[in-house]
Design a protein around this ligand. Sequence first.
Ligand code: HEC
Length: 167
Amino acid sequence: MGHKRRMRRMRRAARAGLGPLLAAWLTTGALGAFPAGAGADQAYVEWEAGGGAIAEPLGGLSGDPRRGRALAVRKDKGNCLACHAMPIPEAAPYGDVGPPLTHVAARLTEGELRLRVVDEKLVNPATIMPGFYRHPRHFNRVLPGRDETLLTAQEIEDIVAYLMTLR
Ligand code: HEC
């Protein structure tokens, strides 16, 4: 957006009585100074799905299975255990809404696992599993500053690396 249009928008917002808050948001937004969130330190990376899989690691990153295991447990991160059984005895009991993931790497390839963690809706549009790296074009009416993926590209790769150990 051009500087003039931005100023006009701010003045219009002020006139509309939307108050200093909105004007401040428009200003900071224009300067790219949104409050930091989960993914703010990592820009969204594009990915390509084909043949029921995402073959390439997000952003070419390599995952760490140890970190992935921890992320799967954390309620503010993957929280996979809310719906899936995984061989993480110290974090039991598990939810059982989703299939057990105990031997998931024996039935799915790395690329298939990546697609499911990125956005299970691309596999099953009716799923209740969150899309942990949904494409932002699917975000609808998300508040400014909250328009980020649930996990970062690195965190997705860590979780995929962990899932690959579940044979
Ligand atoms: C709110 C519940 C929920 C959460 C949280 C959740 N899932 Fe799922 N997941 C499901 C359901 C239900 C399915 C079954 C397939 C479907 O619904 O499309 C599934 C399917 C999967 C599959 C495919 C399994 C197969 O055998 O086909 C994988 C892999 C998977 N989930 C991994 C994860 C990981 C890793 C996490 C955490 C980062 C996670 N899920 C978080 C509900 C959940």
